[in-house]
Design a protein. Structure first.
Length: 638
């Protein structure tokens, strides 16, 4: 049994133990998994020339730890309860035994289609059980999955497929999301016009939309699984063999492929799941994320299934067919743990408490929050109206790169404080540094959040470009992993995440690089240049504000038409989630004499906080500042 902390003093004790001897601490936890061969060393690491290896030379397969290890106890227990988009369609329950069979069967299919250990497989699927089966089947045979959120555009999908040279794409004919019926396969077809590495596409029939099946390349899922054996011997993996790649945005250029490996990720996701959520046998765990994000990887699929939990997998959106859908599903499936993003809470909060109060919600024991800072008002609403004042909230801070939750209360154990991620998990060593990299010790300090010691599920590399990994995470502050977040440690030693300090914005819990959005906008033929900044948004947390300089040819077009066309371009290049909330056309961007865009000024205008613009006289073009302020509908301070 994976050790579970049950008291505050137990937490403090484990935390101290993990500081005093991290290797003994993690080695002890790792003993509770099934290894084909034990590790030689728990940890080898170097943050200067980045390299981290956990459970060195250990051999295992993560799916044997989900299935074979526990099956004698869990065979008939539900693994996945799938709730469809449309409530009139029946929910589906899949037991551990059934899931095991499906995973083995699909693993055999992948092998038959030529997928071998180490090959990359792209998964572009809606929230249907096949998405989890696909991931686990890859892990079973040692193929590396790269799940791409099915809301991303064809261009985004082909970029990701090409970056990691995927051999196979797993997808669906279509995707039901609220009232929408999205033609997923069409997007894949378009993407694959530019992807020469892809040999096969396997398509789940979900919406029965008419699709084009390319002979020799495209296969129906239900046809290829027919008659295929449901037993399969797992591939033996090295502890450090890649488990998956997941692309995420940074402050520069194209999204990068964050690489997670097998053993460390397994140990950390299971341990953090059990301890943060205080999972007990029989609990029903619902994480509302999409499997396209790290939250879906770690706390829909791997963490909970390694712990033998029952998960809810929900296909739809929070507001369909009505704004009480979440609460209806909680009652329907007697959900005990509910884990969602602040943006969803704020959106539902805007409809008042009546939709919540229509449902009992008595099954709930623990509430979770993830993806962005949760404001105090949303925290209180969640606590009082959803949790009825007796469910602890775990505000879990972590990142795609961290693989698992890094700071969070342990449910019901760590005293909570609204908007605080509270304390680090055992094994996590956060430190706060100032802009010169000097450690800020003691309490009541604020600065850049770094981690000074490895933890098992940390990023190993960025796919195909280790230099980029070193530069992004290990060069800003020497000897530390830099998170990109600002943080405050209060008088009690509690941590509060303040948001990104780099050029990354967080829109509805989705991470976006401002450079990425600018590149998309700049690809429009009428655009000369642009600058994108975030601004506080009541529901999304942050909104996207774009300043755009247009070509003179734009004079022949209405500005509103151009705006529409820019939104379309961004949707096509990235996806609808990256569409700016505001597009302001300007004649120039404020620049320093060396030609650098003064984003600080643009941020202030977007925030409507122009009282504190500072000195703008040293700019190359100070005159544009007034124009920008007025163009934003604000008054130039006298
Ligand atoms: C960024 C990581 C981790 C899963 C989802 C997002 C922000 C995440 C919190 C939180 C304040 C948070 C940070 C982080 N973030 N959780 N509880 N409180 N901020 O993963 O897309 O990799 O984004 O999300 O800014 O750096 P991601």
């Amino acid at each position: 049994m994976i050790p579970k902390i049950s008291t505050l003093s137990g937490y403090l004790y484990e935390y101290q133990k993990s500081l005093a001897n991290p290797e003994a601490f993690w080695g002890n936890i790792a003993e509770n998994f099934y290894w084909r061969k034990k590790w030689d060393n728990v940890l080898e690491w170097d943050f200067d020339n980045y390299d981290t290896k956990w459970f060195v030379n250990g051999k295992l397969n993560i799916t044997e730890n989900i299935f074979e290890k526990n099956l004698f106890m869990l065979a008939d227990q539900p693994a996945i309860i799938w709730e469809p988009n449309d409530p009139s369609e029946a929910a589906i329950t899949i037991t551990y035994k059934e899931l095991f069979e499906k995973v083995c069967q699909f693993a055999n299919v992948l092998k038959a289609q030529g997928v071998q250990k180490g090959d990359r497989v792209a998964i572009y699927m809606p929230m249907i059980p096949e998405a989890a089966v696909a991931m686990l089947a890859c892990a079973r045979i040692g193929a590396i999955h790269s799940v791409v959120f099915a809301g991303f555009s064809a261009t985004s999908l082909s970029d990701r497929i090409n970056d990691s040279q995927c051999k196979v794409v797993l997808t669906s004919d279509g995707n039901f999301r609220g009232k929408k019926n999205i033609a997923v396969k069409k997007v894949v077809d378009e993407a694959l016009e530019n992807c020469s590495s892809v040999e096969k596409v396997i398509v789940v029939q979900r919406t029965h939309a008419e699709v084009n099946m390319k002979a020799g390349r495209d296969l129906w899922w239900h046809e290829v699984v027919e008659g295929v054996f449901t037993d399969n011997v797992a591939e033996e993996m090295d502890a450090e063999d890649m488990l998956f790649i997941l692309y995420t945005s940074g402050s520069t250029g194209k999204p990068k492929g964050v690489v997670h490996t097998t053993a460390g990720y397994m140990v950390y996701t299971a341990y953090s799941f059990i301890n943060v959520f205080q999972y007990n046998k029989g609990d029903i765990f619902w994480c509302t994320a999409d499997v396209g994000w790290i939250t879906g990887h770690s706390y829909i699929v791997y963490g909970p299934l390694l712990a033998g939990a029952t998960i809810i997998m929900y296909e739809g959106v929070p507001t369909y067919p009505d704004v009480d859908r979440f609460w209806e599903v909680v009652d329907k499936h007697q959900v005990t743990h509910f884990y969602t993003a602040p943006t969803a809470i704020r959106a539902l909060m805007s409809y008042g408490i009546e939709p919540v109060n229509k449902h009992k919600l008595t099954s709930l024991k623990v509430l979770g929050s993830v993806g962005e800072p949760i404001n105090e008002e949303a925290w209180q609403w969640y606590y009082l109206h959803v949790g009825k004042g007796n469910c602890p909230i775990v505000d879990t801070w972590w990142q795609t790169e961290t693989g698992g939750m890094m700071m969070s209360p342990l449910a019901g154990i760590t005293p909570t404080k609204p908007a605080y991620a509270t304390l680090p998990l055992p094994g996590v060593q956060p430190i706060i540094v100032d802009n010169d990299g000097k450690e800020l010790k003691g309490n009541n300090v604020e600065g850049n959040l770094c981690i000074k010691y490895p933890w098992p599920s940390m990023i190993r590399t960025t796919y195909g470009d280790h230099e980029r990994c070193k530069n992004t995470y290990f060069s800003t502050f020497k000897g530390y992993y830099f998170t990109g977040d600002g943080v405050k440690r209060d008088a009690d030693g509690y941590y509060r995440i303040l948001g990104r300090v780099d050029d990354v914005i967080n829109v509805s819990g989705h991470r976006m690089g401002t450079a990425e959005v600018e590149n998309a906008i700049n690809s429009h033929p009428l655009v000369i240049e642009s600058a994108v900044v975030g601004f506080p948004h009541e529901i999304k947390g942050q909104g996207i504000y774009a300043y755009v300089v247009l070509d003179s040819a734009s004079e022949n077009h209405e500005v509103d038409k151009i705006r529409q066309s820019l939104l379309l371009t961004v949707s096509k290049v990235i996806g609808p989630i990256a569409k700016p909330d505001t597009i302001q056309v300007v004649t120039g961007l404020p620049k320093t004499r060396s030609g650098k865009i003064m984003r600080r000024i643009l941020r202030k205008v977007a925030e409507k906080e122009i009282g504190s613009l500072g000195d703008t006289s040293t700019l190359l073009n100070p005159e544009v500042v007034e124009e920008i302020i007025e163009g934003a509908g604000l008054k130039v301070p006298s």
